[in-house]
Ligand binder design. Sequence first.
Ligand SMILES: [Cu+2]
Length: 246
Amino acid sequence: MKKLFIVLLALAVSFAFTQATDAKKKKKKKSKYKVMEVTNGGSISGKALFDGATPPKDETKTLTSEQSLCGDTLPAEKYLINANKEIKNAVVYLSDIKEGKAAPKEKALVDNVMCAFVPHVSVGYKGNEVDIKNSDPVFHNVHSYIKGKTTYNLGLPDQGSMVTKKMKRDGIMEVKCDSHPWMLGYVFISQHPYAAATNESGDFTISDIPAGSYEVKAWHEGFGEVSLGKITVAAGQAATATAKFK
Ligand SMILES: [Cu+2]
């Protein structure tokens, strides 16, 4: 009886151990993006559109300080949708690309201009630097988060103050100001260069994509995330896709 117990115990321990190592292996599986040379790549371009009857109106933020510099109210810039229902500041990206070109080396920028973050939404690349700057003659405290966890918390006391930081993690970085509760901006930090923010006409272009089939997604601060489906890119060819939000 005792022997049987020991055998069973040994089995249970070995089972638990295998489970634990399996879990570790699974965790490790989140594959890193691999840089390779892309020749004769294809592109995906298109628009972000509001796919409903009446697009939401942008919100208005009421200032609780700095009115003499920045006025009583500011546009939230959350819903920048023109008469053709074209949406600005959506970020379209390839969600499952494993290898491709290197990310451009340009720094990202988060500037404080007239009590708002400029640009309101931008795309940055993991591993690159971001300049966080104050163009206002008032104190701003830039506090950023990815998934609710602080990435930077910086006091920028003077006009012209600037701090340069590395973007170590990918994800949607929310940028707030601890001094001015109405201030909000975003840097979409991508692990790879295949991500683009839409312009005033809702346009985006993602280029130099190695031929293949890719899952394309789009994120917007007000609408959340949508899938554009699997898009096939042929070598040297231009594919199109539409991000529909509602
Ligand atoms: Cu501020």
